[in-house]
Design a protein around this ligand. Structure first.
Ligand code: WQD
Length: 332
């Protein structure tokens, strides 16, 4: 059985759909701090499969232990964690306690029950402001905010666990910018409140729920002056997790993998792609740069292709079309 912590979340739910579709038996653990219970039924509806669910917080040892006592967990895909960059700057202790302490408790319980295989949800944010692009996994690591620091610290904790006990097998998946939604339009990214991220914000402008997009700076050293990122379809990202599970079930040791397309798109290129997908024009104004933003960030996905046998398949048009379909389905 695969335990998916944070499995009701945006990337978690899409990964659970692919796990079930691939025939895996899963259990989902989530505390709904950044997800909705309705997602669980949507996963069942999409796949026609059932699974165990535990409403549990990873900082509560008893709750997590119950899962391991009641099931034989072969591998954990660990998504659960707070992920808002801005909030992490305002409330570092909330982030360190939840993300770090929660992960330490999870690993202690995994060890106690002899489960030593993990796929960890890391982030390209651990590369800080890269000296060049595309980014390889052996690039220097640094962070510029507490959220990113929790990801980097957890990567280090997991490496140390594997040094102490060579039975562990861990894949550190460094996501670039996940966007889009499952083709059914039933699950997708639905942040509470005003979105921090670009595409959910554009979606709300397109849906008439926000007046215009603020483009955070057009004076970066990029093709059109706006920030460049590696946008990857959330379903491609989810399939990368299936490949990572296959690898950790077969091998031992710790490896980091970039899950990105290897292509960078600017903010204005995304606006144009979204306009094509939704058939509306997206109003925007050029606003000051956002503190902490970097000019360009996109992956060299060669290691993931070679060692996981994985590559992203979907293009920016499909990402925007799938995002728009989900937005239309969930206008309430
Ligand atoms: C993308 C581009 C902005 C909003 C963050 C986290 C990262 C990961 C993904 C968790 C940038 C520009 C954005 C807006 C804009 N999250 N932008 N107007 O910052 O690359 O990555 O989300 O793992 O860790 O750092 O994503 O979508 O916020 O920004 O102009 O209203 O869009 O400046 O160039 P980012 P983003």
């Amino acid at each position: 059985m695969i335990l998916v912590t944070g499995g009701a979340g945006y990337i978690g739910s899409h990964t659970c759909v692919e796990l079930l579709s691939a025939g895996y038996e899963i259990a989902i653990m989530d505390n709904f701090s950044n997800s909705q219970p309705e997602v669980l039924e949507k996963i069942r509806q999409i796949t026609g499969k059932d699974f165990k669910f535990y409403e549990a917080d990873m900082t509560a040892p008893e709750a997590t232990e119950t899962i391991f006592r009641e099931n034989t967990i072969d591998c954990v895909i660990h998504f659960a964690g707070y992920k808002a960059v801005g909030e992490s700057v305002q409330q570092p202790l909330k982030y360190y306690y939840n993300n770090i302490t929660g992960t330490v408790i999870l690993c202690q319980i995994m060890q106690k029950y002899g489960c030593k295989k993990m796929v960890f949800s890391s982030s390209a944010t651990v590369y800080g402001n890269p000296k060049s692009v595309p980014i390889r996994e052996d690039f220097p690591l640094s962070t510029t905010n507490p959220y990113g620091s929790t990801k980097l610290m957890i990567e280090q904790i997991l490496r140390d666990i594997a040094i102490a006990d060579s039975e562990w097998s861990i894949a550190l998946l460094r996501y670039f910018n996940p966007i889009g939604a499952h083709k059914s339009g039933l699950i997708g990214e639905s942040p509470n409140g005003i979105p921090n991220n670009l595409v959910p914000y554009i979606a709300k402008v397109a849906a008439g729920q926000l007046e215009h997009l603020n483009v955070f700076g057009n004076d970066y050293p990029t093709q059109d002056g706006t920030g460049v990122r590696d946008y990857i379809h959330v379903v491609d990202l989810s399939l990368g997790h299936i490949k990572a599970v296959e690898k950790v079930l077969k091998t031992k040791g710790v490896d980091a993998y970039n899950l990105g397309t290897g292509k960078g798109y600017s903010v204005l290129e995304i606006v144009k792609a979204y306009e094509k997908a939704c058939g509306k024009s997206i109003a925007y104004v050029i606003a000051p740069r956002r503190p902490g933003d970097i000019p360009a960030c996109y992956a060299d996905p060669a290691k993931s292709e070679k060692e996981l046998g994985w590559t992203a398949k979907m293009g920016i048009e499909e990402m925007c079309e799938d995002s728009w379909r989900f937005t239309l389905n969930n206008l309430h």
